[in-house]
Design a protein around this ligand. Structure first.
Ligand SMILES: Cc1cc2nc3c(=O)[nH]c(=O)nc-3n(C[C@H](O)[C@H](O)[C@H](O)COP(=O)(O)OP(=O)(O)OC[C@H]3O[C@@H](n4cnc5c(N)ncnc54)[C@H](O)[C@@H]3O)c2cc1C
Ligand SMILES: *[C@@H]1O[C@H](CO)[C@@H](O)[C@H](O)[C@H]1NC(C)=O
Ligand SMILES: *[C@@H]1O[C@H](CO)[C@@H](O)[C@H](O)[C@H]1NC(C)=O
Ligand SMILES: *[C@@H]1O[C@H](CO)[C@@H](O)[C@H](O)[C@H]1NC(C)=O
Ligand SMILES: *[C@@H]1O[C@H](CO)[C@@H](O)[C@H](O)[C@H]1NC(C)=O
Ligand SMILES: *[C@@H]1O[C@H](CO)[C@@H](O)[C@H](O)[C@H]1NC(C)=O
Ligand SMILES: *[C@@H]1O[C@H](CO)[C@@H](O)[C@H](O)[C@H]1NC(C)=O
Ligand SMILES: *[C@@H]1O[C@H](CO)[C@@H](O)[C@H](O)[C@H]1NC(C)=O
Length: 496
């Protein structure tokens, strides 16, 4: 009894003195890790969030140049009981790459940019300081590619840790589905491999929840041949009414259930119309095959809608399709600095076996057409096709990776920026998106098995653990307890 309370007291006092920044500096400097502290003049630059809705003050931002230095940085942070986080591209929607809180040690991966393509088995080893555009260029130089999202500046670290969706995903899966092995720095600084044969639990967990488990310094991915031809399409309709906007969604559900080629990817994009009761509509995507076949593939969908206001069809080589989708950003991210925005995002993954009801679709489109017109935000909604017939995303056995949702038809992204893209963010923007999601949920069955997407991470989400991690959460908790028992890698909406 006495011993127990003595231990408890001494832990309290030890923990209170444990965060000694002098000791942190000594440890990082002993290992030669370049680090920016709050008193350094480039601190403001290196601690700025992509989403300027957030401002966090990390204790320090470390810039390791080797896996050994990543290990030293994690050990130095853990010794002071600091929250430690990796930053790859820094595009987390809630600035978790800065810790999502004040006082973190940020381990910035940007000096680890090697990409090695191995023609023997068409794998590539990608260090996690790389951004998506640079990955696409480097692989394509060898005639290879992996599935990933459209924005060049998104980091491969966060993207592959939580998912990674692009228009090639119906053919090739999510980015995380291509990972065959990884090098991971654990919370105690140990450097390990993870694959189906080595640390298989960790390997499972990093494909869906890597930020909570360790710092992945590189991933070995299975690449695909760059398709010989690809065609990007964009059909748009200005100021459609609620009926037409609703048809666009219901017909997309019907179309997805036809024998749709896996090489076809698409999303619907909604934005504010020029009058209440109207929305602007777009249907965009790509077909990774013979461009002359596109018209035949899209015809059954387009016949359910009026003639588009405008149509843009861009055929060309695969890497051209990646560049067109990333525009106006260049694929090579060394050519211009990263941008920023001030925004809030929510997501909803709809179950394939229970499509959105007509009532839910109508309420959702009505909300966009009415509340969307009067909103003081600059908003858009993307209805991304994950499922449908022949989808590689949903062909992956549900429990073979930590990614929770292999039964998704649509992942819907709800995104609202401040009117000029700069701070401050209007409080009404938060409730505007809450109401938009509610317009769907209140018109759906109470047992609806929907989810949410971690790469569109939302720290205000109710029931987030269930919606993000689903039935995989208990196993993730036990793997977390084994590999990060002191919760060094802690941040909002992580596995605790
Ligand atoms: C403009 C824009 C466009 C986007 N387009 C798409 C899209 O088309 N498809 C899609 O699926 N998503 C898209 N996203 C979402 C994007 O995938 C996520 O924001 C992603 O998590 C960002 O990764 P990052 O490395 O840039 O971010 P970071 O902020 O660096 O990291 C995100 C999270 O991952 C952790 N992390 C980073 N690196 C590592 C590592 N090496 N090891 C372990 N944990 C790590 C961080 O600590 C943090 O918790 C887009 C985002 C933006 C801003
Ligand atoms: C931090 O550690 C240094 C070096 O051991 C020591 O001199 C200093 O007193 C410590 N600071 C605090 C606040 O404990
Ligand atoms: C910080 O700024 C100094 C001086 O401009 C520069 O030499 C150094 O490389 C910068 N450090 C980082 C980590 O950006
Ligand atoms: C690919 O080949 C390399 C050797 O060139 C080997 O080390 C690696 O394990 C192989 N990867 C896979 C996934 O088979
Ligand atoms: C990006 O451009 C830089 C500067 O021109 C060049 O050194 C680098 O190789 C390019 N990267 C890729 C992936 O093509
Ligand atoms: C689906 O389409 C493919 C060609 O894309 C074809 O080979 C296959 O037979 C079709 N399946 C059915 C059930 O029609
Ligand atoms: C949270 O999710 C679980 C599992 O889907 C569900 O049973 C529960 O009702 C949800 N709770 C709330 C408050 O929505
Ligand atoms: C670090 O953690 C791993 C995983 O829990 C463990 O196997 C290893 O022994 C630890 N290393 C040290 C030096 O404590």
């Amino acid at each position: 009894m006495v011993l127990v309370s003595f231990l408890a007291l001494s832990c309290l006092s030890l923990c209170a003195v444990a965060q000694n920044i002098t000791l942190l500096k000594q440890a990082l400097s002993a290992h030669g890790v370049a680090t920016v502290y709050a008193t350094d003049k480039n601190y403001t630059t290196v601690s700025r969030a992509f989403n300027r809705r957030f401002t966090f003050s990390p204790v320090a931002v470390a810039f390791p140049t080797s896996v050994a230095q990543v290990s030293a940085a994690v050990a130095a942070g853990a010794a002071q009981n600091l929250e430690v986080v990796a930053r790859s591209g820094g595009h987390s929607y809630i600035a978790n790459g800065l810790g999502g809180n004040n006082g973190a040690l940020v381990v910035d991966m940007s000096k680890l940019k090697t990409i090695t393509v191995r023609s023997s088995n068409n794998t590539a080893i990608i260090e996690t300081g790389n951004r998506l555009g640079d990955v696409a260029l480097a692989l394509n130089a060898f005639g290879r590619a992996i599935p990933h999202g459209t924005c060049s500046y998104v980091g491969i670290g966060g993207h592959s840790g939580y998912g990674g969706f692009g228009f090639t995903s119906r053919a090739w899966g999510l980015t995380l589905d291509t990972v065959k092995s990884a090098t991971v720095v654990l919370s105690n600084g140990t450097i390990v491999s993870a694959s189906a044969n080595v640390n298989p639990d960790l390997f499972w967990a990093i494909r869906g929840a890597s930020p909570s488990m360790g710092i992945v310094t590189s991933i070995e991915v299975q690449t695909f041949p760059s398709p010989p031809s690809a065609v990007v399409f964009e059909y748009s309709w200005d100021d459609v009414d609620i009926t037409t906007g609703s048809t666009a969604i219901s017909a997309f559900q019907t179309f997805a259930a036809t024998n749709l080629s896996a090489e076809f990817g698409a999303e619907l994009v909604f934005s504010s119309g020029s009058a209440s009761g109207k929305v602007n509509l777009g249907w965009t995507g790509a077909y990774y095959g013979d461009a002359t076949k596109l018209n035949g593939i899209v015809a059954p969908y387009l016949k359910s809608l009026p003639k588009p206001t405008s149509t843009t069809i861009t055929p060309g080589p695969y890497i051209n399709s990646v560049a067109v989708l990333a525009a106006p950003d260049a694929l090579n991210t060394t050519t211009a600095p990263d941008g920023s925005d001030t925004f809030y995002t929510k997501s909803l993954m709809t179950p394939e076996e229970s499509p959105m009801s007509a009532a839910a679709i109508k309420a959702f489109v009505t909300y966009m057409a009415k509340q969307g017109f009067s909103s003081n935000t600059d908003w858009f909604v993307e209805v991304e096709l994950y499922g449908g017939t022949n989808s590689a995303i949903n062909a992956v056995p549900p429990d073979s990776t930590a990614f929770a949702k292999r039964d998704t038809l649509f992942t819907i992204q709800f995104y609202a920026s401040s009117a000029n893209g700069a701070p401050p963010y209007p409080a009404a923007g938060l409730t505007f998106l809450d109401g938009m999601v509610a317009s769907i949920l209140t018109n759906s069955p109470s047992s609806w098995n929907y989810g949410a997407y971690l790469n569109y991470i939302d720290n205000r989400l109710t029931n987030a653990t269930n919606l993000y991690y689903g039935g995989h959460y208990p196993r993730l908790e036990s793997i977390k307890a084994a590999f990060d028992p002191k919760d060094i890698f802690r941040f909002p909406v992580g596995v605790a």
